[in-house]
Design a binder for this molecule. Structure first.
Ligand SMILES: Nc1nc2c(ncn2[C@@H]2O[C@H](COP(=O)(O)OP(=O)(O)O)[C@@H](O)[C@H]2O)c(=O)[nH]1
Ligand SMILES: [Mg+2]
Length: 1262
């Protein structure tokens, strides 16, 4: 660092208008020009220094070097200020060269120091409006006074820094609320607060700033709110900061015993003599509740000035520096003023030479308290802008009128409506529709509620439903709010757009605070009552629904885009510029919602198109590294990121959105090589384990999904832990790890770092060794359990899934506040620790990777596949942690076993019942009544039997819960579900059983009837033949075979019409159902959804493949290339032997002459499971292998069992048997006909040719 590198220029100088000030090169020679030159800021003057240029990740941003020239001072100051390091003010003096200290040298201090106030003033001159706002915010976090009136610079008048202060939000607790622990929060510019000014006459020798620091610091330490002469750089002469008015706020913490004031106060401090800054002084007198003038004496001019202010009443307090004898004259002049203003003696405070600061501050506190008590005039800074303009001052935000009114127009649209109504009317797409869509999309993958319907039909129905919702969404016209929002976003002027968004954000915050604080108070009251959870839940939802910010508008934008892309082409053409708008915002450093945590869904098309647009905008150079922070709600995650990178994620205790937000940080040229990337992508998560959401049913599920997605996406994950909720984080982590184990492929192993907040002390790292070990032990233990559950042999430790080093990856960060908020400044230790963490993380990012960082397109692909995996996951996310999941899974397995026993029992019974029915000896006349009796009695027996089985199973479940081992206490709340499940199972068993009995009875009846047909067939055929032969019309020529077939057919169909056949069952689908059940809670949805016909599997020889062997990453696979080949060979041998054994079992089963039954499949699957269990650890098989192997074997089984079933039908089905004998009967019929016909003809012949002539002859012969 040195003279050569002054602050970077604004990266887009053309964006910044030249306001009313001349550029530096046109500055007249004078103190300002000199100072700017000294600080190397000439090129930045005026307002050319942008916030964005300071956010770049470059070497400078992590440098910790001390300043070595005055030109380096501004950069040092800003760098430290942006990471809220309160030590930033110590850079104003260059360190002296120790070797050349020469006590007698006449040093010129101007060469190596700059006055702090001058520095701040100069930086405000040079900063653009966004940087000004950020500087003011960070200064106020450090509890530094901030500029309220900036001196004129080269302009003609001072400026009221209204805009610059707008970002400052504060919380406090007035003494009145100390009982209820309530608090107030607000935008400091907007709040009505008493305003107290402190000014001085000439060179009054009292150090006003030091005194103010004394009065308004609360707690043990005197804090340097206002810079004073005893600080670094305090002695350097001020050249440009005369007339600067600084302001700070005193905010009570609600503890009356701590002293201080009961209400908030604004404190203003005018620098320099009031005579030199008359405009500022008149402004202050106009707006102040009280004004304290520090003076030694009053000369004539000053008297005139004071008197010219007119009636100030009792506002005025004179603090007189008493210097003993000398001050005689002064006293008279003071008294004259007292008289002129009719001031009481209380309004004069004497500062005695021998008094110290403590004493004096007491004497000023007293009247202040009195003023506050009586105070009727409160004022907001916002309302001061009129006064300022009247007095000829300028106001910084006048420049922003256009954007302000644009934002106000949108706000006007809200009017008196509640936010809930407003969102329903104006942002309709993201409401119920979107949530419903999210649910449908997940159901499409998980198929949890398919019930009895066939999967394809069910899926088609879900798709229909989805389309319906999109159509519904498409029906909405763009609402007025969205139209104006999108309209302003489309303005090409970057600064105007930024201003508009800022304004909108500020105004929306203020608006939703109104609804929010009352809701939150009600929530507080309700939660004290403890009962009526219903009410609490409703309030919860209300709080969620009542938050409104820019993110909601952006969310709506995404929904409009998503919906229109499915709708008519015209609408989608109309909305095609939307991704470009959003991409631009992303590039400008705005956060962008990746995952909507309220609905728990990603608008994939929207996100994809926006990111791709961004990719194009940066010339397809978008290599990125992803850094995520994950942690429980309100543990300072956003604060951490903001501090670390100077970004602006929303920070507040009261946010109610949730989800994952991304933000792009540009990497500077000097770091690109080291980091191998162009951007760092920050992901901030919101609303995890938020207590106000905990009661919502799906809260836990959404949290787990969110955590899994973001960890999966990141290169480095920061797990943010505030000590009191480390268990919650632990739980979430377990689930995420477990989810990864269940996924097919997790491409990379994210590095994870634990950040422990609020842990100070140099010894923290050492003292917490056992703590860290404990955490890691626990995570390891849980990973093992999970690996066991998922049969992942290659995973034994937490570090197999996430890259974690207990020693290096733990950070202890002291609390954010140094003292008791709200008056506490940010702890320097916090800032230092965060910077340290940042440096380390960047180092990690440099070295940890084994592959090239991905570009945006790959990132998108990866995100999609991760999210798909999350959507397919049907089990793990609903649990709090791995132990609960395990307890549930154990019991579930047990239940499946019990259920199977029930089914087996009933199967045995049913076989007997079948036999009983089929052995029933009846003749066809008694058939109805006898069989019905038997059917009735069997059904009631079945009912009793099922009831007994159900009772037994219920008792087993009870006993299981009573035993209290196997962590049953964790699944206490699932008990009811399990009981319901038992009930469901037995209803199902009973139904099936009744159907089976009905079928058996039908079969029996048909068999009897068919026997009857067989028995009577001979007679029938004879009758029919006789009938045909007797038919007089046809006795000339015999009937042809066709005619006979036809005749027979007619007769046959009349007879067999009553005989019901047995229906062929869909055996492959029965086998498939058993196969799916066999995987119970495992994550195989995706695999099985692609299976169309099971019978097509297992035709070719089975082949072991790479993807069957368990590895965490592709990278690891490469490393063990040699071993992998061997592993595959033994896997092949193993598979073949299992397949052989199973094939034998299957063939054995088919030899028995029975029908197919599910237990046959079950037997095969159990055999496979047994072999797998014995071998999976050695073979390192994964779920994919298990799925493929089982599909192969079940494919074989499904074909064989189908054949077996068909054979059975052939044997048993009366209809089939009749059909089979039909031909026999037909030929018998034809034969008989022919035979009879022949005989008849023979007889006829005989009659005709022998008998008749003989008879005739005989008659004739008579
Ligand atoms: N006492 C204390 N407060 C903190 C700390 N970090 C953040 N906060 C405050 O906690 C609140 C929530 O912080 P935020 O960063 O929004 O939390 P997030 O929800 O995790 O992003 C803010 O008011 C912060 O000022 C800390 O270390 N100590
Ligand atoms: Mg946050």
């Amino acid at each position: 660092m040195g003279e050569e590198c002054p602050l970077t220029m604004a990266s887009h100088p053309e964006e910044i208008e030249l306001k009313h000030w001349p550029v530096a090169s046109q500055l007249n020679p004078g103190p300002l020009k000199t100072l700017l030159h000294k600080l190397g800021l000439e090129k930045q003057y005026p307002n050319k220094l942008t916030l964005r240029s300071l956010l770049e990740i470059n070497k400078d941003s992590i440098s910790d070097d001390a300043v070595d020239s005055l030109k380096a001072v501004p950069r040092y100051f800003l760098r430290k200020l942006l990471i809220v390091n309160a030590d930033c003010r110590s850079c104003t003096c260059l360190p002296e060269d120790e070797s050349s200290i020469d006590l007698y040298r006449d040093e010129n201090p101007e060469d190596n120091e700059v006055n702090l106030l001058d520095l701040i003033t100069a930086l405000f001159f040079c900063a653009d409006s966004f940087l000004q706002q950020e500087m003011a915010l960070k200064m106020s976090m450090c509890q530094f006074a901030v500029p309220l009136l900036l001196p004129p610079g080269t302009g003609s008048q001072s400026t009221l820094m209204l805009w610059a202060l707008r970002a400052i939000l504060k919380e406090w607790r007035p003494h009145a609320l100390s009982e209820s622990k309530g608090f107030e929060e607000g935008n400091i510019v907007f709040e009505q607060i008493p305003f107290i000014s402190f000014v001085r006459l000439k060179d009054c020798s009292i150090s006003k700033s030091q005194l103010l620091n004394h009065i308004f610091s609360s707690g043990q330490q005197i804090h340097n709110i206002f810079p004073h002469k005893d600080m670094d750089g305090g002695t350097a002469p001020k050249t440009i900061s005369g007339g600067l008015v600084e302001a700070c706020w005193y905010l009570p913490c609600g503890k009356s015993n701590v002293g201080g004031f009961p209400e908030p106060l604004t404190v203003a401090n005018l620098r320099g003599d009031i005579c030199a800054s008359q405009a500022q002084f008149s402004f202050l007198t106009q707006v102040s509740t009280a004004i304290f003038i520090f003076l030694d004496s009053v000369d004539e001019d000053e008297q005139k000035l004071l008197l010219s202010l007119g009636d100030m009443g009792s506002k005025l307090f004179l603090v007189v520096n008493s210097k003993g004898e000398e001050s005689r004259n002064a006293e008279t002049s003071v008294n004259e003023i007292m008289e002129a203003f009719k001031l009481k003696s209380n309004n004069k405070l004497i500062w005695r030479t021998n008094a110290n600061l403590a004493k004096c501050s007491h004497s000023i506190r007293k009247p202040l308290k009195y003023i506050l008590k009586e105070c009727t005039s409160k004022i907001s800074i916002e309302s001061m802008s009129n006064d300022a303009i009247e007095l000829g001052l300028s106001v910084d935000e006048c420049m922003t009128e256009a954007s302000k009114s644009a934002a106000e127009e949108i706000l006007k649209g809200i009017g008196d409506q509640s936010i809930v109504d407003y969102k329903r009317n104006q942002l309709p797409l993201q409401g119920e529709h979107w949530k419903q869509l999210a649910k449908l999309e997940k159901e499409e993958c998980r198929l949890k509620n398919s019930g009895e319907s066939r999967l394809e039909e069910y899926r088609a129905k879900l798709q229909q439903d989805k389309l319906k919702i999109r159509r519904e969404q498409n029906k909405y016209k763009t609402t007025t709010a969205m139209a104006s929002f999108l309209g302003y976003l489309a303005t090409t002027d970057k600064e105007e757009k930024a201003l508009f968004l800022k304004w909108l954000q500020l105004k929306l915050d203020i608006r939703s605070q109104k609804d929010m604080s009352s809701l939150r108070n009600r929530f507080q009251e309700q939660s004290l009552v403890k009962q009526g959870n219903k009410c609490l839940e409703e309030l919860d939802q209300c709080i969620l629904d009542s938050s409104l910010g820019i993110e909601h508008f952006m969310r709506e934008m995404g929904q409009i885009y998503e919906a229109s892309s499915l709708g008519n082409p015209q609408a989608s053409a109309e909305h095609c510029p939307l991704p470009a708008l959003a991409a631009e915002l992303l590039l400008d450093g705005y956060p962008f919602e990746l995952l909507d945590g309220d609905a728990s869904n990603i608008p994939e098309k929207w996100v994809t198109d926006v990111l791709m647009e961004l990719h194009r905008k940066v010339g397809e150079k978008s290599k990125l590294l992803v850094l995520t922070v994950l942690g429980v709600q309100s543990t300072g995650k956003s604060t951490l990121l903001n501090t670390m990178f100077g970004v602006q994620f929303p920070v507040s205790s009261g946010r109610c959105t949730r989800g994952a937000f991304i933000l792009f940080l540009k990497v500077g040229e000097d770091m690109r090589k080291d980091l191998h990337c162009d951007f760092i992508l920050l992901i901030d998560t919101e609303g995890l384990k938020s207590p106000s959401l905990a009661q919502l049913d799906e809260s836990c599920e959404h949290d787990n999904e969110l955590a899994t997605l973001v960890i999966g996406l990141s290169d480095v994950t920061i797990i943010n832990i505030a000590m009191e909720n480390s268990t919650e984080m632990n739980d979430v982590l377990q689930i995420a790890v477990h989810a990864f184990l269940r996924m097919k492929e997790v491409g990379k192993i994210p590095v994870c770092h634990f950040v422990h907040q609020n842990v100070a002390g140099v010894s923290a790292h050492n003292k917490n060794v056992t703590d860290r070990k404990h955490i890691l032990d626990r995570l390891n233990e849980m990973t093992q359990i999970a690996a066991e559950m998922e049969k992942r042999a290659s995973v034994n430790r937490f570090t197999d899934v996430l890259d974690y080093d207990a020693d290096k990856n733990n950070w202890y960060i002291p609390g954010l506040w140094h003292g008791t908020p709200p008056m506490a400044p940010v702890n320097t230790g916090y800032s230092v620790a965060v910077l340290d963490l940042k440096k380390n993380l960047l180092e990690v990012l440099k070295t940890c990777r084994c592959e090239e960082p991905s570009q945006i397109p790959e990132f998108i692909e990866w995100m999609k596949s991760l999210w798909k995996a999350v959507k397919y996951e049907n089990f793990i996310f609903s649990f709090r942690n791995t132990l609960v999941a395990q307890a549930y899974d154990n019991l579930w397995k047990e239940m499946t076993q019990w259920e199977w026993e029930s089914r087996k029992n009933i199967y045995t019974w049913q076989t007997k019942a079948d036999l009983q029915i089929s052995n029933l000896e009846v003749n066809s006349f008694e058939i109805q009544s006898e069989i019905q009796d038997l059917q009735k009695s069997l059904k009631s027996e079945a009912l009793k039997m099922v009831a007994t089985l159900e009772k037994e199973m219920t008792e087993k479940l009870d006993a299981y819960y009573k035993k209290k081992d196997r962590n049953v206490s964790l699944i206490e709340k699932n008990k009811i579900d399990f009981f319901h499940h038992i009930w469901d199972v037995h209803r199902d068993i009973l139904n099936t059983e009744n159907n089976k009995l009905d079928m058996a009875v039908k079969l029996k009846i048909s068999t009897i009837e068919a026997d009857d047909i067989h028995r009577k067939q001979k007679v029938r055929i004879e009758q029919k033949v006789l009938q045909l032969l007797q038919n007089p019309s046809d006795n000339k020529t015999p009937l042809s075979d066709e005619q006979l077939e036809d005749e027979f057919g007619k007769m046959w169909s009349q007879e067999v019409v009553k005989i019901k056949g047995l229906e062929e069952q869909d055996i492959p689908s029965h086998v498939f159902k058993q196969l799916i059940r066999d995987f119970s809670n495992r994550n195989v949805n995706e695999e099985f959804q692609n299976v169309e016909t099971l019978t097509a599997y297992g035709m070719e020889p089975f082949k072991a493949r790479d993807r069957h062997i368990c590895t965490m990453t592709k990278f690891k696979l490469k490393m063990m290339f040699g071993r992998e080949k061997k592993a595959k060979e033994s896997l092949q041998r193993f598979s073949e032997s299992v397949i052989d054994t199973c094939r034998r079992i299957i063939l054995d089963s088919t030899k028995s002459q029975t029908d197919y039954h599910d237990s046959l499949t079950k037997e095969v699957l159990e055999k496979i499971n047994k072999s797998l269990k014995e071998n999976y650890k050695d073979l390192k098989t994964n779920t994919k292998f298990e799925v493929d192997l089982k599909l192969h074997i079940c494919g074989i089984a499904s074909r064989e069992f189908l054949q077996m079933h068909r054979n059975f039908l052939l044997r048993k089905d009366p209809q089939k048997r009749l059909e089979e004998s039909k031909n026999q009967y037909l030929s018998a019929f034809i034969d008989l006909y022919r035979e009879r016909d022949h005989c008849q003809r023979k007889a006829q012949d005989f009659v005709q040719h022998s008998l008749r002539p003989a008879i005739l002859q005989y008659i004739n012969s008579q």
